[in-house]
Design a protein around this ligand. Structure first.
Ligand SMILES: [Zn+2]
Length: 50
């Protein structure tokens, strides 16, 4: 069982496809004033939010 630290950081997963993110492939886009994390610009484009 993993303990999760809920800091100001988000989980490092693409919010569109769920792929794990690393510092090398992380793609950040600000949507509605909030940072969202994706694996690529394609996922950022596909992300609709809620
Ligand atoms: Zn993705």
């Amino acid at each position: 069982m993993k303990l999760r630290m809920n800091l100001n950081n988000i989980d490092l997963k693409c919010e569109n496809c769920g792929r794990e993110l690393t510092e090398d492939n992380i793609y950040v886009r600000v949507i509605n004033g909030k940072e969202h994390y994706f694996c690529c610009s394609h996922c950022a484009d596909a992300y609709k939010g809620e």
